[in-house]
Design a protein around this ligand. Structure first.
Ligand code: SF4
Ligand code: SF4
Length: 382
């Protein structure tokens, strides 16, 4: 099997010049990373209408489309399902995406993030029929869905549409493999049953896997001091037969180099390594307060515009380093500069959209309690 062809460049978290501005893509660094990635024989770029507020596609146009022959690379883009209001929107968005990218066909095209409310929107807007037509007319070479929900919904969708689809893009990693709320293993098995290829997103669960407690980092070092935690996570996914692509979001050159090394010297994951990763997954779950992957889908839906993943990120970091007071200061700063976490009205709107099935209002309450009760920002400073 050609494992090298499984390494995809995920363009949802590109390098930035200003960490607070998702549109400030560091084009120079991205171009350099693209050159190395292409030179080493990799060629797949995954983006969407929404990534970096629409500027991910434009950055790919500048770094890839305008600098390499069209047949030398592959691009995957995704229909913004949540924004569909009528049948005419399909064509409107597709034309806009082609224009942003400067191409006239997609190698892969997905209906983005099928969940209960967005499946309904896609069906009302005739989007499944529309992408089928795209494939027939050559605007998309392969078509599929990206999916973050449970196995029950996936089976419902595949029963209805597997005959027109080629691929399901799934959240899959060793942490979620047997997680009852994500059901990655069950979803993978369903794709195998329906004869569809699996493309993997979030192999590092938005960075959660590579930022564990020091104790877990030390266990990885003792197990194999030569290889990074990320390399184990990528090999776990790419070793599965039906997995044909594993995306990796990279915003640092060292991440790119590490991932290139993983695929250039690919080794199928062994049973002993799988057992070790399963143990590490259990440990990580014990120390992780909220399993947020920072995908950001909840923010778009929250009427109070609470920066939910930022609160969860600070909360997780604080739980991992209970001796540090810095996170209380970050918490106060976030509440001042954006929206306080206790502005949550418990409306529940976000719940249907959370890709990790987190009880967001309950966890926000825990965040507030953690930082506001008995956690002084100045404790221990005098
Ligand atoms: S429950 Fe809270 S966090 Fe969720 S959408 Fe409503 S206000 Fe926002
Ligand atoms: S709370 Fe859920 S939807 Fe929001 S960023 Fe985290 S994982 Fe994504």
């Amino acid at each position: 099997m050609n494992y090298k062809s499984k390494f995809g460049f995920g363009c949802m978290r590109l390098p930035l010049t200003d960490e607070n501005d998702p549109t400030s893509i560091n084009q120079e660094l991205f171009n350099e990373m693209v050159d190395i990635y292409m030179e080493k024989g990799f060629n797949y770029f995954d983006t969407s209408y929404a990534y970096h507020n629409g500027t991910s596609e434009i950055a790919i146009k500048k770094a890839v489309v305008e600098r390499y022959p069209r047949e030398s690379f592959k691009i995957c883009d995704k229909m913004p399902t949540w924004a569909l209001t009528s049948k005419d929107d399909n064509e409107k968005f597709v034309n806009e995406m082609l224009e942003r990218l400067g191409i006239d066909y997609f190698d892969v095209f997905f209906i983005h993030n099928i969940n209960v409310p967005w499946l309904e929107l896609a069906e009302k807007s005739n989007t499944f029929e529309y992408v089928k037509k795209m494939k027939e007319e050559g605007t998309a070479k392969k078509i599929g869905i990206s999916f973050h929900d449970n196995a029950k919904l996936l089976e419902k969708v595949l029963k209805k549409y597997s005959d027109i689809l080629d691929i399901v893009q799934l959240e899959l990693n060793y942490l979620d493999w047997e997680d009852p709320s994500i059901e990655a293993h069950k979803c993978y098995d369903l794709c195998v049953k329906y004869g569809l290829d699996v493309y993997v997103m979030e192999p590092l669960k938005g960075g959660v896997i590579v930022n564990p407690s020091q104790e877990i980092k030390d266990e990885f070092k003792n197990y194999n001091s030569e290889k990074s935690i990320a390399s184990f996570a990528l090999r776990f996914c790419a070793s599965l037969d039906n997995v044909k692509m594993v995306l990796s979001g990279m915003n640092k050159m060292e991440d790119l180099m590490d991932n290139c090394d993983t695929y250039e010297n690919f080794k199928v994951i062994t049973d002993d390594e799988k057992e070790f990763l399963s143990k590490m997954a259990n440990k990580l779950y014990e120390t992780l307060a909220v399993p947020c992957s920072e995908c950001g889908y909840c923010i778009k839906e929250c009427p109070s515009m609470i920066p939910i993943p930022k609160y969860f990120n600070i909360y997780n970091a604080s739980k991992n380093q209970p001796e540090s007071n810095i996170y209380r200061l970050y918490y106060d700063k976030l509440a001042d500069e954006e929206v306080p976490a206790d502005d949550c009205t418990y409306c529940g709107t976000c719940l249907d959209y959370c890709t990790q099935k987190i009880d967001i209002p309950e966890e926000l309450e825990n965040v507030c309690k953690h930082f506001e009760n008995g956690f002084s920002p100045y404790a221990g400073e005098f």
